[in-house]
Design a protein around this ligand. Structure first.
Ligand SMILES: N[C@@H](CCC(=O)N[C@@H](CS)C(=O)NCC(=O)O)C(=O)O
Length: 217
């Protein structure tokens, strides 16, 4: 059985879990041995990041979007890859926007969460950059319920966990109604987050978050 080096809280691992669940693929849930930066785990992924999928051959495949594409290749039914070539390209664009233009600007906010003296300039810059990313996303989203229209795709596996974090961080830092200036993103988020597969994926993240908060107290 394939093994996933996983953490419930990770939006990148959640992307993979969502694809596994949609496709009905059984998998082994493995925690990074000794933590993400332990020598054991750095031998598994020198980037010290999750997720990593261990294939039956023993090959260790990093990078969530590549993992999702791999799952689609080995298990094409039910499919997360649109048949129409333009939609297929659009799904890839959306996943890229999620990774490079929405998640990357969020990273400094995680660093600030535990900081005693929060750097307001860093926080402000992050939210400005997230807003730019959401504007980019707004221009590319299709009418829903899913990111490229009627059918779920790899783009949804990328976007749903990430938008959950955008909303959550907005709440934590007091940025109200973070999607307000982006009608299509807001409409997408409202519709997509209540789909049963999204609910299951987001519940797992919420459980991971609750455990993390408990471990911090
Ligand atoms: N591009 C990677 C990003 C993975 C990533 O950043 N994972 C986070 C967890 S959400 C992580 O392991 N962070 C630990 C670190 O950056 O030190 C992917 O798509 O898999």
């Amino acid at each position: 059985m394939i093994k996933l080096y996983n953490a419930a809280l990770s939006p990148f691992a959640a992307r993979v879990r969502m694809a596994l669940a949609y496709k009905g693929i059984d998998w082994d849930d493995v925690s990074p041995p000794g933590g993400l930066k332990s020598p054991e785990y750095l031998a598994i992924n020198p980037a010290g990041r999750i997720p990593v999928l261990e294939l039956e051959s023993g090959y260790l495949l990093p990078e969530s979007e590549v993992i999702v594409e791999y799952l689609e290749d080995i298990h094409p039914n039910p499919s997360l890859r649109p048949k129409d070539m333009e939609r297929r390209a659009r799904a890839r664009v959306l996943a890229r926007i999620a990774d490079f233009h929405v998640v990357e600007p969020m990273r400094p906010l995680f660093g600030q969460l535990g900081a005693k003296d929060k750097d307001q300039a860093v926080i402000k810059a992050s939210f400005t950059n997230i807003d730019d990313g959401l504007r980019y996303l707004e221009a590319q989203l299709c009418p829903g319920p899913w990111a490229i229209g009627a059918d779920i795709s790899t783009a949804d596996c990328a976007l749903i966990p990430i938008l959950y974090f955008v909303e959550m961080l907005g709440g934590i830092y007091g940025v109200k109604n973070i999607f307000d200036a982006h009608d299509k993103v807001q409409a997408y988020w409202n519709e997509a987050k209540v789909q049963p597969l999204s609910v299951q994926t987001l519940d797992d993240i919420a459980k991971g978050l609750a455990e993390y908060m408990k471990s911090q107290t």
